[in-house]
Ligand binder design. Structure first.
Ligand code: UD1
Ligand code: CA
Length: 456
């Protein structure tokens, strides 16, 4: 049977106390809704259906590039009503999985098991969980072991409130049954809402068996209503990711102080020290070590490279056996070859450096193409910006740039050339020559340093 996925996301999320709609709040660097859409796609849903209400524009804009069917639920009249408004985009046949925009960590494996219990139109799958404290949740009422209905907390009798099996809200229903039963929902309950959960009672009345499936972990089915729950789930997810990395052989010095906001792929014997943040798509080769407090975003680091503490790398490629940092900043478009050394307080931007080149201290290298075996002296700056345009600096192989140079772009330093310390280089330097561009030192005879007047 084909599969459609509906994601309910019309709630206001008042308890977030934020201008940002709840499903746009970030977890692991991505909106809550993003995580649910990813799960839906992994299950094979080509156009997940998002039922939206509050803050719809912001949400739609954020996901404008994605193949989604948006359905407006202008007024929130309950979960059953939310699915009802999506009926026009539901096929007559097939099955539909109902997910929640604020339950971000639901696992694909669990959902797969849930879908499997709905092979035909005479079956219904419900994801339930036994909770130590199920207060607030709908309770699963069973008779002779079989699920017969769900009762909401607000409608439950004292006995029903003692039931520990709770409704996660996630369920899989044949489309034929949704088309037949949703229009029959009534709102004669404590909240005056159309309850999706009433489908379970209808299944029982119609002799359709309901199969309960349980998630592998409780956190998979936890929802986010406020910033406390958001941070709790963030920590759970970060811990889970750190554990996955450790199982795959990565040394994580403190799993409580590693944050992954994206996808990491890695070789063997990678080591991540405390306080590391990895964002976007990060690729780490064999034996890469990342020091404390580093932030790596959308980058590729070659085998054996050491990133020393407190370095920032964004949209850059670093070769093998390089040394970066401490306190280095590699900005977008930096492409550093094998064995490059970038030391403290060195910034690179849109800069290519050849094998073995070094900038060990206090430099800015922007819009530059630097050959192999080049040494950039401490304090060197490429003056790449004239106030309107960016210009290129080219430095040939084995050049030696003296300390504290200003390289006024556009400018080319030839291969094997040398520049004197303190030079302002604004003209091209030929290969293998020495250029010195600084004032000649003078001695001023008889000069007296100013003195303070004696105190009276
Ligand atoms: C619902 C279930 C309850 C379950 C609990 C799990 C019903 C009647 N009850 O209760 O059995 O234990 O979830 O968390 O289904 N939403 C809409 N439109 C609406 C109403 C809700 O899109 O008109 C969305 C909300 O944005 C939210 C989700 O559906 O993401 C659940 O709604 P909520 O009101 O929180 O349901 P509960 O009362 O918690
Ligand atoms: Ca409710």
């Amino acid at each position: 049977m084909s599969l459609q996925v509906i994601i309910l996301a019309a709630g206001k999320g008042t308890r977030m106390r934020s201008a940002l709609p709840k499903v746009m709040q970030p977890l692991a660097g991505q909106p809550l809704l993003h995580h649910v859409i990813v799960a839906a796609r992994k299950l094979g849903a080509e156009r997940p259906i998002v039922v939206y209400g509050h803050g719809g524009d912001v949400v739609q804009q954020a996901f404008a590039e994605q193949a989604l069917d948006w359905v407006l639920q202008a007024e929130q009249k309950g979960t059953g009503h939310a699915v009802q408004v999506a009926l026009p985009v539901l096929a007559a046949q097939g099955r539909t999985l109902i997910l929640y925009g604020d339950v971000p960590l639901i696992s694909v494996a669990t959902l797969q098991r849930l879908i499997e219990v709905v092979p035909n139109d005479q079956s219904l799958g419900l994801l339930t969980v036994h909770l130590p404290d199920p207060t607030g949740y709908g309770r699963i009422v069973r008779e002779q072991g079989r699920v017969v209905r769900i009762v909401e907390q607000k409608d439950a009798t004292a006995d029903e409130k003692l039931i520990s099996e709770a409704n996660t809200g996630i369920l899989c229903v044949p489309n034929a049954l949704l088309h037949a039963w949703l229009p029959q929902l009534k709102n004669n309950n404590a909240q005056g809402e159309y309850y999706l959960t009433d489908l379970i009672g209808m299944a029982t009345a119609n002799g359709v068996p309901v199969t309960a499936v349980h998630p592998d972990t409780i956190w998979e089915v936890e929802g986010v209503n406020d910033k406390l729950q958001l941070s709790a789930l963030e920590r759970v997810w970060q811990r889970h990711q750190a554990e996955q990395l450790m199982r795959a052989g990565v040394t994580v010095l403190d799993p409580a102080r590693l944050d992954i906001r994206g996808q990491v792929s890695h070789g063997m014997d990678v080591s991540l020290d405390a306080g590391v943040i990895l964002e976007g798509r990060v690729v780490l080769g064999d034996n890469v070590s990342v020091g404390a407090g580093c932030i790596l975003k959308d980058c590729e680091i070659g085998a054996g490279t050491e990133i020393k503490p407190y370095s920032l790398i964004d949209s850059a490629v670093v070769g093998a056996n390089a040394h970066i940092g401490p306190f280095a900043r590699l900005r977008p478009g930096s492409k550093l070859a094998d064995e490059v050394h970038i030391g403290n307080f060195v910034e690179t931007k849109a800069t290519i450096m050849g094998v073995g080149s070094k900038a060990n201290h206090l430099a800015y290298l922007g819009d530059s193409e630097i050959g192999r075996g080049v040494n950039i002296g401490a304090g060197t700056i490429t003056c790449n910006y004239d106030g309107a345009n960016k210009h290129k600096t080219t430095i040939g192989d084995d050049a030696f740039i003296g300390t504290n140079n200003s390289l006024v772009a556009p400018v080319t330093i030839g291969a094997g050339a040398t520049t004197g310390a303190g030079s302002t280089i604004s003209k091209n330097v030929p290969d293998a020559q020495l250029a010195v561009a600084r004032a000649v030192q003078k001695t001023i005879e008889g000069w007296q340093r100013p003195r303070k007047a004696p105190k009276v």
